[in-house]
Design a protein around this ligand. Structure first.
Ligand code: FES
Ligand SMILES: [Fe+2]
Length: 447
């Protein structure tokens, strides 16, 4: 971004304690600055190591606007490399997942690279004699993303050489990552099935704001939960099988949502307590038995007592610990956002549990879900409305000033279920990133 454009954006003037200016959603220059200041610095989710189980496997994705490749080498180590050939710049790996036999070969002139990105060979090598080219010079290898961390298989990376440590970054919501894995009797999870992809016609922050927004389900999802109830009443004598139960939950009354807890942490992270009670059907009992046999009854009960809906790991992903979903948020442009949905298997759990996970994925998160389409529709309506001259500010007033410090193990702030705390908290982190500040103690969101 040019200095003149940057100077036109006054970050402080875009934020109030309980409102944000619409430019944060619709201004291209703000988006460019976000790619630089937020996605150029934050720890961004790259993928799970089970997506590259064998040496030579790779997974291509985005960190901000940067195409990157996650690889596994022969020693088992994971690498995250910029997807850019040092010769003329071609991407050395296409989108999605793939496998190479020991070497990446650039599709253009066939320079070859090891799984760690090191240049191995160039055709017509005699042509490079007596030139400044040097096979051993790192600038002729694939460049590594500066900082990479893998926690329990979840790989995050930062484009910045220096900055907040991953440990500091993740501390508030580390318990969600632990619970995600601890629910597996063997303590490990892995990605299974394909990837759902949804291109949303809205700014990336609109999606994040929605994930812990309890004010919207009863209105936005009216058509889907009413259809589920109607079907149950007319066809199933009022019975609610799992498929309908997880749609029906969105129709809970305001008191229900108010009684949930919202927990917000440094770096814009948060989570909300679960909407759905853990089922107690034969499958759930068999799953509990598998967990108890591996870890003991006390541990199994403690693990399953951690019951959360969406966790937000700002600014790139959102795990759902109870139903083994993981959504990844990739901003494409100021008004376009790619959301990818991954489904995980709990190693050591009964195979039928995976079917339930797929049901959740299909019913709630897939592109053809009747629940997600409700959300995607209102996101696009927000984006269109924000471009009108109908007003400059976007409200975040619900329960503003009423959030409390939380003294539990995770620290942070806690808000009543209907609070817009998570949204204000995201903008607190947004402001810090955009101003280039290092992290400080969690302040009152919006301060
Ligand atoms: S661009 Fe990669 S080898 Fe030429
Ligand atoms: Fe929703």
């Amino acid at each position: 971004m040019s200095a003149s454009r940057e100077a036109q954006i006054d970050i402080e003037n875009l934020l109030r304690a309980d409102e944000v200016h619409k430019d944060v959603y619709v201004n291209d220059h703000v988006f460019d600055l976000e790619m630089d200041r937020i996605f150029g610095h934050a720890w961004v989710y790259v993928g799970h190591d089970s997506q590259v189980p064998n040496a030579g496997d790779y997974w291509t994705t985005l960190i901000g606007k940067e195409s990157v490749v996650m690889t596994r080498d022969k020693s088992g180590q994971i690498h995250v490399l910029f997807n850019r050939c040092p010769h003329k710049g071609a991407r050395i790996a296409g989108d999605g997942c793939g496998h190479v036999k020991g070497l990446f070969r650039c599709p253009y002139h066939a320079w070859t690279f090891g799984l760690d990105g090191k240049l191995r060979g160039v055709p017509y090598s005699e042509g490079y004699q007596n030139t400044n080219f040097d096979l051993e010079d790192p600038r002729f290898s694939l460049k590594k993303v500066p900082r990479v961390e893998c926690y329990r298989g979840f790989v995050f990376a930062s484009l910045a050489e220096e900055g907040d440590s991953f440990e500091d970054f993740i501390s508030g919501v580390k318990s969600s990552l632990d619970n995600f894995c601890d629910r597996a009797p063997l303590g490990k999870v892995r990605v299974v099935g394909g990837t759902f992809r949804v291109m949303q016609r809205s700014n990336w922050k609109v999606f994040f704001e929605n994930l812990n927004d309890t004010g919207h389900p009863i209105a936005t999802h009216e058509s889907s939960y009413k259809a589920a109830r109607q079907y149950a009443n007319q066809e199933l004598d009022g019975e609610m099988p799992f498929q309908l139960h997880i749609i029906d939950g969105n129709g809970e009354p305001p008191e229900f949502w108010a009684n949930l807890d919202l927990h917000a942490f440094e770096f814009g992270h948060s989570y909300m307590t679960a909407i759905f009670k853990a089922p107690n059907d034969p499958l759930s009992q068999a799953y509990y038995a598998s967990l108890a046999s591996a870890k003991g009854e006390d541990s199994a009960s403690e693990i399953l007592s951690v019951s959360r809906h969406n966790t937000i790991i700002y600014p790139s992903c959102s795990p759902h610990t109870s139903f083994q979903q993981w959504r990844v948020i990739r901003p494409i442009s100021v008004d376009k956002t790619l959301v990818e949905i991954f489904t995980f298997e709990l190693e050591g759990a009964p195979p039928e549990l995976l079917q339930r996970t797929f049901i959740y994925s299909n019913v709630v998160n897939s592109p053809s879900s009747i629940v997600m389409t409700d959300d995607v529709h209102v996101y696009a309506e927000c984006q269109r409305g924000l471009t009108t001259q109908g007003g400059d500010w976007v409200s975040q007033h619900r329960k503003a000033g009423q959030d409390k410090s939380f003294e539990g193990a995770d620290g942070g702030l806690i808000g009543e279920g209907s609070s817009e705390l998570p949204i204000r908290n995201q903008f607190s982190a947004w402001k810090r990133y955009m101003l280039g500040e290092r992290n400080q103690e969690l302040r009152s969101p919006g301060s």
